[in-house]
Design a protein around this ligand. Structure first.
Ligand code: BES
Ligand code: ZN
Length: 632
């Protein structure tokens, strides 16, 4: 019965369970519990209930010439049911041989590759096999890897390599069980050119080794999407005993200044939800082609240089990635359908850190801007769309499709609504316990609801109705108890935008004391009323505030959209250089989308994209090929 059950698709198992009311008794009960512990991951070929990996020992040589990583991945396995094969995930790997712990070569099969999932790699093992060692090299096109030429770096002299494993790209550089529900420890040896430094999501040294050989150890269990490696001309600056910044030499001082409040963020986070569990917390500033804002690789967040604005106004991103050290890295979403458990909790936590350090007025600005984004996203998706449920259905879809404001912002506002219902003190106690008692484990949506029921709702029917988690998690759009957000600071930007739209001159606007966020609000509102402003009025704004040459990436992104909407062509050269220089998908997406709306715009988009595309990461290319109708 036990083995059989693992092959039954979950929905059939559900029907079976529903048809046999007595199955909840005796040993069946335990079986059912076991089954719930391992939620099925549709984005991995592995069968962790049979044989699961527990440790990885990686040995890789980095070749910038061939654009390959070459070496071996030795996996410790637990053969739970005594099966004769273990299934790993792989994609575009060149596998040469596999040996078992007795040193003997074993047979393996690589299945027909599927889009984004890659191939099941089935390795013949024995019931008592404890290790398999896979010899392999990566493909130059491995989706997780971006190989940068010296021109694409700040220093322009050395090449650079970085990985991006989330969501299902780890399998393009390591053969493993690529599912967030499976955690393992790792060790690694990385050999790279001796002018360069290698860093991983592990214990790192802070200076270059003489021989280009680096040894890493990650003694705490992590899921595969947190596997990370970067190799480049890097330097370190300490910010405190347990934190610092890695960046290219020409950037490292600026980065250290920008992130100087990181130690405070760490202690604020600890005051909120318990001790930081990972030893050090460092940030690595990557070259601008990094497709994300940040990635919460344990012990070393990878970050885009576009948050270095020179005024510390974009550091909420660091608070976000730091918060993942609890929500995500300690308590991990079991499958990508449960993605909101990672990101919704993290945005909530991020905002609490920001509020603690910069005050409520500041946090309210961030929150209101996010709520505006969320409402726009829901309007675009359609407010009855299945994609607006917190619990996702990614069957047949790339998990990357689930990366929307729903998981992040609807997730956060759900948690804020619970806070409003029970009060901050009780909610914080709940969260503290949630992180502590589920640390180092995975969490799925159903288990979270059970936890909420037993630890917070505790049979209080009225409270259950108020919270209404069913509507938030399994329903569309924004439920009626969605928090109302006001921001006294942004009211100033609201008044200014109304005045400007009403005809007041740009130079008459009082922008004293404005932060980046006032500007973002103002520009967004000006864009919403596009019909009533003209090219001349946009030019007037530029003349008064020199927005085209703003060094702030968030403001630039908003400004270029306004310029496109109003045919303000004077901003186009700066916009083009931004699009060629920066590979962060969050910025590229709206700008290219705005351009594609008119025939002249789409011509410009096509010509810029042709120049910029070779410098973008696969993750961005995948999104932008569709938007710009590349090659069509
Ligand atoms: N873990 C995410 C990035 C991610 C999610 C990569 C899913 C691949 C698949 C990271 O923590 C994140 O959310 N980054 C945001 C920044 C944040 C401040 C919202 C980003 O990159 O924009
Ligand atoms: Zn995140």
């Amino acid at each position: 019965m036990k083995i059989l059950k693992q092959y039954i698709p979950l929905f059939v198992a559900g029907i079976l369970a529903a048809c046999s009311p007595n199955s909840q008794q005796g040993s069946d009960e335990q079986e059912q519990k076991d089954e719930q512990m391992t939620s099925h991951d549709i984005h991995s070929y592995s069968h962790p209930a049979e044989a699961v990996i527990t440790h990885l020992n990686l040995d890789l040589t980095v070749s910038f010439e061939n654009k390959t990583l070459e070496g071996s991945a030795e996996l410790d396995i637990e053969n739970k049911t005594g099966v004769n094969e273990i299934i790993l995930d792989s994609r575009d790997l060149n596998i040469t041989k596999v040996i078992l712990d007795n040193g003997e070569e074993t047979t393996f099969n690589i299945a027909e590759p599927q889009p984004y999932l890659g191939s099941a790699l089935t390795i013949a093992i024995k019931p008592n096999t404890k290790k398999v060692k896979v010899f392999y090299s990566t493909s130059p096109n491995a989706a997780a890897l971006q190989w940068l030429s010296p021109e694409q770096t700040a220093g322009k002299k050395q090449p650079f390599l970085f990985t991006q494993s989330q969501a299902v790209l780890a399998r393009t550089w390591i053969p493993l069980q690529d599912s967030p529900g499976i955690k393992f420890t790792y060790n690694a040896t990385v050999r790279c050119p001796k002018e360069l430094m290698a860093l991983m999501s592990a214990e790192n040294q802070t200076s270059r080794s003489k021989d280009g050989i680096y040894h890493f150890s990650m003694p705490q269990p992590i899921p595969s999407y947190l596997m990370a490696l970067a190799v480049g001309d890097l330097e370190f600056r300490e910010l405190s005993d347990n934190s610092g910044v890695f960046a290219e030499p020409t950037l490292v001082e600026k980065a250290a200044w920008e992130f100087a409040e990181m130690p405070q963020m760490i202690s604020s986070a600890e005051e909120l939800y318990g001790p930081y569990a990972w030893g050090r917390y460092d940030v690595l500033v990557l070259p601008p082609s990094f497709p994300f804002g940040g990635m919460e690789n344990p012990r070393i967040t990878f970050a885009t240089p576009t948050i270095i604005a020179g005024d510390r106004s974009l550091v909420a991103l660091i608070a976000h990635e730091l918060a993942h050290s609890w929500s995500g890295n300690l308590v991990t979403n079991a499958t990508w359908n449960d993605f909101w458990l990672n990101e919704g909790f993290t945005v909530y936590f991020e905002t609490r850190i920001m509020e603690k350090i910069y005050g409520k007025n500041y946090a309210d600005m961030l929150t209101l801007l996010s709520l505006m984004d969320l409402k726009e996203t829901i309007t675009e998706m359609g407010d009855t769309s299945r994609d607006t449920h917190l619990y996702l259905d990614l069957e047949g879809k790339d998990p990357d499709d689930g990366v929307t404001d729903i998981a992040y912002e609807k997730g956060r506002f759900f948690l804020t609504s619970i806070e409003n219902a029970v009060g901050r003190e009780r909610w914080d106690q709940f969260l503290n316990k949630y992180f502590t008692s589920n640390a180092w484990r995975t969490m799925d949506t159903k288990t979270f609801i059970e936890y909420l029921e037993t630890e917070l709702i505790k049979g209080d029917k009225e409270l259950r109705n108020t919270i209404n988690y069913e509507a938030w998690i399994y329903g569309p759009g924004l439920p009626s108890n969605c928090p109302v957000i006001t921001s006294s600071e942004l009211e100033k930007a609201e008044a200014a935008s109304q005045a400007f739209i009403g005809g007041a001159t740009a130079s008459s606007i009082d922008t004293s004391g404005w932060t980046t966020h006032h500007w973002l609000y103002f520009l967004r509102k000006a864009g919403e009323s596009a019909q009533t402003i003209t090219t001349e009025r946009v030019a007037e704004l530029d003349k008064a505030f020199d927005l085209t040459n703003s060094g702030n990436s968030e403001i630039q992104c908003e400004w270029y959209q306004l310029a496109i909407l109003n045919n303000y062509e004077k901003a186009y050269p700066a916009m083009e250089s931004f699009l060629i220089h920066v590979g962060r998908r969050k910025f590229l997406k709206p700008i290219y989308t705005a351009l594609m709306k008119t025939p002249e715009g789409s011509k410009l988009a096509t010509s810029i994209y042709a120049k910029a595309r070779p410098g973008y990461h696969t993750v961005s290319i995948q999104t932008l090929d569709a938007i710009t109708k590349y090659g069509k």
